[in-house]
Ligand binder design. Structure first.
Ligand SMILES: Nc1ncnc2c1ncn2[C@@H]1O[C@H](COP(=O)(O)OP(=O)(O)O)[C@@H](O)[C@H]1O
Ligand SMILES: O=C(O)[C@H](O)[C@@H](O)[C@H](O)[C@H](O)COP(=O)(O)O
Length: 183
């Protein structure tokens, strides 16, 4: 158990560009004392150059990047330390690649596209241009019920999102303890 009674989890905070992945993932890592990795920092330079030039990535571009993301998760799982990674994880096959043989869960942040466009236009110091938002939205595949995904509303204040998530983690721990005691 961690310092506030929550077992280590291995989370990918996902969603299209501008949904607040970095904001939520760093908030969770800070509050829970877990390790954090910015998925954007694992992109090969060729991917960053492509996105900076306003070109969307292809499946082939994303494959080696997703493998680096999975490697990071795998190392954290071996170490047994709670961990949070940001990664757009737009398609089901990408999410399958990330969690292949690993107990990885996703937190999907939903935000209205109009709000996203506004956020991306005002965000400073980031390589991702707002012009790539339509291709992000077109590529995105809504996670299925069979995928290990928690959905959150990214239009709430980040503190509200974080409180709800941590409460959900606590509730799940309590349910497990109850089942163990009864069963
Ligand atoms: N819940 C939120 N409400 C309002 N603005 C937000 C929220 N989450 C993030 N932002 C802002 O939106 C922009 C994108 O957030 P960021 O965390 O970088 O998203 P992502 O990592 O998904 O691209 C930033 O300027 C950030 O401050
Ligand atoms: O798969 C992709 O097309 C990219 O990973 C993309 O989804 C990601 O969003 C960018 O790296 C920009 O970074 P932000 O998501 O932080 O805006």
């Amino acid at each position: 158990m961690g310092t506030i009674g929550i077992r280590p989890r291995f989370l990918v905070v996902m969603g299209v560009s501008g949904t607040g992945k970095t904001t939520i993932a760093t908030g969770l890592a800070t509050r829970l004392g877990w390790h954090f990795q910015e998925g954007d920092a694992l992109h090969p330079q060729s991917n960053v150059d492509k996105m900076s030039a306003g070109q969307p990535l292809t499946d082939e571009d994303r494959k080696p990047w997703l493998e680096l993301c999975r490697d990071w998760l795998s190392k954290e799982i071996d170490a047994g330390h709670g961990a949070v990674l940001t990664c757009s994880a737009l398609k089901r096959i990408y999410r399958e690649q990330l969690r292949r043989d690993l107990p990885v869960e996703f937190i999907h942040i939903r935000v209205d596209p109009k709000v996203l466009a506004d956020r991306m236009t005002h965000r400073k110091g980031h390589f991702m241009p707002a012009s790539l938002l339509p291709s992000q939205l077109a590529t995105f595949e809504e996670p299925g019920e069979d995928e290990p995904v928690i959905h959150v509303c990214g239009e709430d204040h980040p503190d509200v999102v974080l409180e709800k998530l941590i409460q959900q983690f606590r509730d799940e721990e309590n349910q497990k303890e109850l089942h163990a005691a009864v069963g």
